[in-house]
Design a protein around this ligand. Structure first.
Ligand code: ASP
Ligand code: MG
Length: 431
C-alpha cells in the first residue's frame, strides 16, 4: 500500500529571495522519500506588485509594462543566483510572463476581476516553476503541477468558490499518482480555473486554503504551513511586545481567531481539515526543528487571552427613514443586500430604529451597498476604525488594549469580546 500523502505550504516570505529558496530546499532534504505535495505562493511581495500592473492597465496610464518589467527583473535576478546561465528555467520563465504581456497589449477587459485573475496568477506560476526547478537541481526530483488542472472553481473572479466534486475527481485522476516516494509534486497556491478554463483566484492569502483543499481531497496524513514565526502566537508580534507561542489549538479556536484578523492562517483553511480530522502544523522555516503549533481536535480548552486586530474597519449606522422599527420588516432586506455586495460583517448591533454593522472597509462595495439602500435607509459611515477581538479575555488585557482608544461598538460572549475602537484625539494643552 502507498504511504499517506503529506502537504506542505510555503508562503511568499519563505521563498522571497535566493537564500530563502535554498533554505526551503534544505528543509525538504529531510523529507526525501515522503509522498509530499508542496504548495507555494508568489515570491515575497509579487502579488502586490502585480496588482499594481492590473490597476495601471485598467487605468491605461502607460505604466503597466514598466511595472511588469520590474517584477520580471527581480525574478531574473533571482535566477542568476540559483541557476547556470544556460538553464532551461530561463525560457520557461519567459513563457510564463509572455501571457501577461499579451494581455497588456490588448484593451483592458471590462471585467476588472477577470482581468485581475489572469494577470495576478502569474506570480504563483512563476514562483512554482522556479522552486520546482531548483529542488530538482538539489537532487530532490519534483514534478510541477498546474493547479488549474485540478482546482476547479466557479467564475466568481478574485474570490472563486471551489467545485468540490470536480476538484476531488481531477485530483484523483491526475495528481495522486504523481506524488510518489521518488518525487515530490509542487504546485501553486491561490489559483484555480473555471469550467470555461479561465484562471481564477481564491482571494488574497489564499494559498493556505489551496493546501487545505489538496489535503482534503488527497486524504492527507497532515498539513504543514511554514512561516516566519515559531507557530501561532497569542497576538501579532509586530503589534505587541509580550506574545507567546501556543503549542496546541483546537480547530474551533483557530477558526475564531483567524476569521477576526489573526493573520497567521487564512480563515478558510481550517474547515476542510476539520471535516477530515487532518492535523495542521504551523512551523517556522527559520527554525524548522522547533515544535510549532499543532491545530487539531483538541479537548483541553485552557487558553491564555488571544488577541487579533483587524484594521481598516468601517461602521455603518443604518436607520429607517420613516422611523419604523428596523427589526420589524427590514432585517431581511438588509441581510440580502449585505450578501449581495459581499460585505464582511464582523460585528452588528441593533436598536429600535437603527442597525449598526462593522465591516471590512472595501470602499467600492460599501458605496454600492449604500446607493442601493439609500431610498429606504439613512446611512452614516465612520471609517479608519480598528476591531479588537480577544478570546478568553480578562479585564487586565482589555484595559491595556483600550489605552488611548474610544469604544464605538462592543459585543461580548463568555469566550470572546469584540471592540470597535478609534484613537482618542490627543488633547493639546493650551499655553
Ligand atoms: N500570493 C497570494 C497573495 O499574496 C496568495 C498567498 O500568498 O497566499 O495574496
Ligand atoms: Mg502570501
Amino acid at each position: 500500500m502507498n504511504s499517506a500523502i503529506r502537504v506542505f505550504k510555503f508562503g511568499g516570505a519563505s521563498i522571497r529571495d535566493a537564500e530563502r529558496i535554498q533554505n526551503v530546499a534544505s528543509i525538504l532534504q529531510a523529507y526525501k522519500g515522503t509522498r509530499l505535495l508542496i504548495v507555494v505562493s508568489a515570491m515575497g511581495k509579487t502579488t502586490n506588485a502585480l496588482e499594481k500592473v492590473v490597476a495601471a492597465h485598467a487605468a491605461q496610464d502607460g505604466k503597466a509594462f514598466e511595472l511588469l518589467n520590474a517584477v520580471k527583473t527581480s525574478h531574473y535576478q533571482l535566477l542568476e543566483q540559483l541557476f547556470e546561465p544556460n538553464d532551461a528555467i530561463y525560457a520557461t520563465l519567459n513563457d510564463t510572463f509572455v501571457e501577461i504581456e499579451w494581455a497588456l497589449e490588448e484593451e483592458p477587459h471590462e471585467d476588472y476581476d477577470y482581468m485581475y485573475d489572469q494577470i495576478v496568477s502569474v506570480g504563483e506560476l512563476a514562483s512554482s516553476r522556479i522552486v520546482a526547478a531548483y529542488l530538482a537541481k538539489c537532487d530532490l526530483p519534483t514534478h510541477w503541477l498546474d493547479a488549474r488542472d485540478v482546482i476547479r472553481t466557479d467564475n466568481l473572479y478574485r474570490s472563486a468558490g471551489i467545485l468540490w466534486d470536480e476538484t476531488m475527481e481531477c485530483m484523483q485522476r491526475t495528481a495522486v499518482a504523481d506524488i510518489t516516494e521518488e518525487q515530490f509534486v509542487l504546485t501553486q497556491g491561490f489559483i484555480g480555473s473555471s469550467s470555461e478554463n479561465f484562471t481564477t483566484t481564491l482571494g488574497r492569502e489564499g494559498s493556505d486554503y489551496t493546501a487545505a483543499i489538496f489535503s482534503y481531497c488527497l486524504d492527507a496524513k497532515d498539513m504543514s504551513i511554514w512561516k516566519d514565526v515559531p507557530g501561532v502566537l497569542t497576538a501579532d508580534p509586530r503589534l505587541f511586545e509580550q506574545v507567546s507561542k501556543l503549542d496546541r489549538l483546537s480547530y474551533k479556536e483557530a477558526v475564531e481567531m483567524t476569521y477576526y484578523g489573526a493573520k497567521v492562517i487564512h480563515p478558510k483553511t481550517i474547515k476542510p481539515l476539520q471535516n477530515k480530522h487532518i492535523p495542521l502544523h504551523v512551523k517556522s522555516f527559520i527554525e524548522p526543528e522547533g515544535s510549532g503549533t499543532l491545530i487539531s481536535n483538541e479537548v483541553d480548552d485552557k487558553y491564555p487571552p488571544m488577541v487579533a486586530i483587524e484594521h481598516e474597519q468601517a461602521v455603518l449606522y443604518i436607520s429607517t427613514r420613516d422611523f419604523s422599527f428596523v427589526a420589524e420588516h427590514h432585517m431581511g432586506v438588509l441581510f440580502n443586500k449585505i450578501a449581495k455586495y459581499r460585505l464582511q460583517v464582523n460585528l452588528m448591533q441593533n436598536t429600535a430604529i437603527s442597525f449598526a454593522i462593522c465591516v471590512n472597509n472595501v470602499s467600492d462595495r460599501i458605496q454600492r451597498f449604500v446607493q442601493d439602500i439609500e431610498q429606504e435607509f439613512k446611512v452614516t459611515i465612520e471609517e479608519n476604525l480598528e476591531l479588537i477581538t480577544v478570546r478568553h479575555y480578562n479585564q487586565v488585557t482589555i484595559d491595556s488594549l483600550l489605552l488611548g482608544k474610544m469604544v464605538l461598538l462592543e459585543g461580548r460572549t463568555p469566550q470572546t469580546i469584540q471592540l470597535v475602537v478609534k484613537d482618542v484625539p490627543v488633547m493639546k494643552r493650551r499655553v
